[in-house]
Structures are given as structure tokens and as C-alpha cells.
Design a binder for this molecule. Sequence first.
Ligand code: IFM
Length: 443
Amino acid sequence: MNITNQFPMPFTWGVATSAFQIEGASSTDGKGPSIWDTFCSQPGNIKDHSDGTVACDHYHRYREDVGLIAALGVDAYRFSIAWPRVQPDGKGAWNEAGFDFYDRLLTELAARGVKAHVTLYHWDLPQALQDDGGWLNRDTCHRFADYAREVARRFGNRVEAIATHNEPWCSANLGYGNAQFAPGVADPRQAIQVSHHLLLSHGLAMSAMRAQDPGARLGIVLNQWTADPATDSDADRAMAELEYARSVQWFMDPIFKGHYPALALRAHGADAPVIQAGDMEVICQPIDFLGCNYYFRSWCSAATPPVPPPARDGVTDMGWEIYPQGLRELLLKLKGEYDLPPIYITENGMASADLVQDERVADARRIAYVQAHLAALLDAMQQGVDVQGYFLWSLLDNFEWNSGYAKRFGIIHVDYATQRRTLKDSAIWYRNFINQRAGREAA
Ligand code: IFM
């Protein structure tokens, strides 16, 4: 069934990427190293031993890639700026050659009529700041605000939206909690303090950008899920409640209510973050949009061994449960709990082991995945949730962090040996889906 025209007009259809995952050119034109360059260079961190040196070579192929974006017929492209590309040390001098790249990218997007949704921090902290303590050091929050102000000064009037952070839950918990991500620290206490600093840096950056460019549309992107108890037992329900408080509410409550969720704070006990006077006021300030990344729900079983989720729609190549109705449930829950600004689904998509055969990539499961999530999204919108756009993750197969290049999230296949791009069936489906909108010519 064609549900394109059931979405309100205007509605932003887009595709998303991030700098480290696609750009490559990791030391070109004065770019400084990031914590992900360092993390990749340490043996054992990346499953296929790869790194971001070349990635999709987007730094050199951005024109071709914007051509592909435009040919899809999307309204918008969500990408991130690599902080160490524009400020190699994370403080001090700006790197003009780095800014020039984003200037060229924005010019190309504008020429093709594609709106830019920019993220300032998609995990690639300048290594020089890490050497000074990284996100554990409160000073990094101020450095981030300086960087945000400079981006707003240069590009504020050329972009549709600016998000401070992408998925700070990951930066804190995978970067500092269990060492799966850069900088590779495994200390839950540090992870909690880092999460506070990430939120503080969001608030400081919001203020800096607002002062610089009062007209800019500013927000944050969070990865979110519902937490479902495996059974009706008290233990499972308590586990689910705590999981939701420690993940979703931990970031949402400070931004929208000005305090951390009491349940999670109690659970953190002595590991609770050090919060200075005035921090919560800085964090709790109006945002123009909330970016929500949705991939799966959290399934909570206190039993040993845990009760597995019912096998319904299967799992993706990441092993993530496919649970589209969770998107509807999440959005309705958020609407009940917070006074929300407009929402963008800033990421949604799946990894699959895609192969090019006879110039074609048959990824029917990805099409079904996206269709099911769009139906759930529409359902939530029809029940009153104000969602203004959807960005498919991802435009291209890319560097999937500690999984390296082995996991393919793109709707466009990348042959890393030749850098050849091949539209997967899902890209063709998405293009047709978007172009079925009333008033649009068929592609
Ligand atoms: O590739 C990542 C992205 O960088 C952040 N959100 C989840 C995606 C898939 O794991």
C-alpha cells in the first residue's frame, strides 16, 4: 500500500551519514587525529581491523555522492562535521581547509535543492582534547561551545538545522562504560560523569549558537527505545523501569525537566555525577527540535538465563531485534511524558549482508523494515505526535564503528576496493516512495 500521501505536507524525507563513517581523508588538508583514529590504531578494537583512513572516500567524492542524494529525490541530507577537521586540536586555530570542505559540500547541496541537517558531534573528538582528559574534563564542554559558535557563525544561515550531539548515550556508555567505542574506557562511574558533561556541553553550545545566530534551528539527537519487561514478574518490570530511566529519561529529563530521573540517580548511588551550581539550568533550555534515532527496543529479563524476546520479525545483521511497533510506542510514551518540540526521526534502518549480483542488490528485507517502521511512525503521528521528518540510516554502506566495514547499513552499496556505488533495491524503492507524493513527478 502507498502511504506516502498520508504523511502531512510538508514532511522532510532524508538520508543520513556521519563524518568519520564516510569521509576518509583522515589526515588530509590539516585534519587532526580524532579519538576514533586512535582507537582504530589499537589492535583488537575493530572487528575487521579496519579504520577510517579511506572509508567511502566521501571527502574526495562528495560531488558524486550529492548527485546520488539528489537523484533519490530526498528533501534533506543529515551529516556531521568532523571537529578535528575544522579545529585540529579542538582549541585554538581553525583549519580553513577543513571548513572549505563543508563550504563546498553545502554549496553543492544548495545547488541541488537539498537541505542540510548538520550534527556537530558524531563521536570524533579531537585527540588533543582527549589527551587533556576528553569528556571527563569539564573544560571540553567549553571547547565544544566555542566550536559550536564558530560553526553557527559560518554556516548558521546556510543549514536547516544544527544538532549538538548524536547519541550521547553511546559516547558515554560505549566510550567510557564498556570500552566498545573510543576512547575505550571501561569505568561505569566515568561514563556517568561523562554523560553529565555531554549534556552540559549541549546546553553551553545551545546558548553560544543562539547568541551567535538567533534564527538557527537547534536541537539534539538521542538514541531511544522503550524498555519492555520479558514477563509480568516484579523483577522484570523493575528492571525495565530502571533501564528506561538510565537510558532515555537520563538524557530527556535534564533537557526537558531540569533534573535527572530520581530512580536512576538512586541506582547510581556514589557514582552519581558531580553537578555544579547552575549546570541543570544550562542544560534545560528550549530546543527547536528533538532528533530521535530508533533501531530496536530494550528487552528486560531478570531471569538466568534471560527469557529471549519472541521471534517475530527476526533480527538484523547486527543481531538487533526488528520491532517496528516499538517506534510508535516510544513516540507515544515520550509525548505523554514531556512537552516536546517537533521531532525528526534522525536515524532508522538496518544492516544486512548485501551482495551485488548482476549490477543489482536485492535487499527486500531492508525495504520491509523501512515500510514497517514508516507505518508505525504514521500511526504515532495520527495519534498526535508531531514528527516533521524521517532520515534513513544510511545513504551509503560505511564504517560501522567497532564492526568495521563488515556491517552494511546503506541503501547504496559501496565496493570498498573500487569505491563503486550501486543503488540497492531499497534506494530505488525509497526514491519511488518519496516521489509518489502528490505534486511530485514520478522518478
Ligand atoms: O552507524 C550508527 C550511527 O553512527 C549512530 N547510530 C546507529 C548507527 C548504526 O549502528
